[in-house]
Design a protein around this ligand. Structure first.
Ligand code: FAD
Length: 298
């Protein structure tokens, strides 16, 4: 960004988030300041002045809280480095957080950018290879969104609808992401593939198994007559495909059911096409890596 704007307002309280004409929210600025000024943008509102607590593990965490209590709240302004470090400290107690490390590794960030770029900035950018969408969609995270006159929530898996497109409307602010206790307790797996060793992700597959109770909503390819492998009876593996598709795709597959997985992958038709990988190669690699994570978690 060439900083050809009228100014930056630092938000100190929620009322400061009301955007004036031409204003846009600023978080770490690692993307905004790396691009030309977007058309029509004349000012920025800095969210960091709100001083949100980056990481809050509630008292009623896994195994200790009642229904509806517990879990983790990550503020939108939490930096990628803080997320990585706090998750590393907590992953022994909360196995689902082991997924943070491979997702952070999927970024190509220097030390400086990792300490500046935010979780919310990555989600709101909506890049197909944005690993925060993969992470929080896999852990069944919910986005808390402040609207100009209230708040709403939405599954992170639904937040991004296309390359650079989210459900956020002008003036809406991503406040935080909530990970439920089941997400913190999940067993997880991840695979990433790029055309080159340090290239941008062409395929990112993340997966979690939440235990023996099948998820209630929209189970895909889940014929109840198929026997599940021993020890995983009734378990559903939640597989999230990113980077090879324009927006996160969630597959819910019975543990060990590779035929159901093939049918689910067959239904994906809009493979992403950019210099980081051809669509047919991305499709083939997505199939291979989703089978690997299903095998690992079954
Ligand atoms: C060297 C380098 C490497 C990078 N590598 C990657 C990579 O591998 N993968 C990747 O996905 N990205 C990458 N990026 C892009 C970007 O830096 C990251 O996606 C980063 O997480 C964006 O966060 P930020 O806080 O800097 O966002 P900003 O640049 O501050 O904002 C990005 C966008 O999100 C909006 N926004 C920010 N926060 C909120 C909020 N809470 N509510 C509503 N809107 C909001 C802003 O208005 C803006 O449109 C890279 C950038 C650089 C400079």
């Amino acid at each position: 960004m060439d900083l050809d704007i009228d100014g930056v307002r630092i938000a100190r309280e929620r009322a400061d988030l009301a955007l004036r004409p031409g204003e846009r929210q600023l978080a770490g600025g690692t993307f905004l300041y790396s691009e030309p000024v977007p058309a029509g943008v004349t000012g920025l509102v800095d969210l960091l002045g709100l001083d949100w607590t980056p990481w809050t593990m509630s008292d009623g965490g896994p195994g200790r809280g009642g229904a509806g209590s517990g879990g983790l709240d990550v503020a939108a302004t939490c930096t990628i480095a803080t997320l990585r470090d706090r998750a590393a400290e907590a992953a022994g107690q909360y196995p689902g957080l082991r997924l943070v490390a491979p997702c952070v590794s999927a970024f190509l960030l220097s030390f400086k950018v990792a300490h500046t770029a935010t979780v919310g900035g990555n989600l709101c950018l909506g890049l197909p290879a944005g690993p925060m969408a993969a992470l929080f969609a896999t852990l069944d995270g919910t986005a808390e969104i402040w609207t100009p006159d209230g708040a709403r929530t939405e599954p992170v898996s639904d937040l991004i609808t296309g390359p650079g497109i989210t459900t956020l409307t002008p003036g809406e602010v991503l406040r935080a992401v909530h990970v439920p206790p089941a997400g913190l307790e999940a067993r997880t797996a991840a695979r990433k593939l790029s055309l080159t060793d340090f290239g941008r992700s062409a395929v990112l597959i993340t997966a979690a198994v939440f235990g023996p109770v099948a998820e209630s909503s929209g189970a895909e390819g889940f014929p109840p007559q198929l026997p599940a492998p021993p020890g995983t009876a009734g378990a559903t593996v939640r597989i999230v495909v990113t980077a090879s598709v324009p927006r996160p795709v969630v597959l819910r597959i019975p543990a060990g059911d590779h035929d159901a997985l093939d049918r689910a992958v067959d239904r994906i038709t809009d493979w992403y096409d950019d210099p980081h990988g051809a669509p047919d190669w991305r499709a083939a690699m997505t199939r291979r890596l989703t089978h690997e994570v299903l095998e690992e978690l079954s």
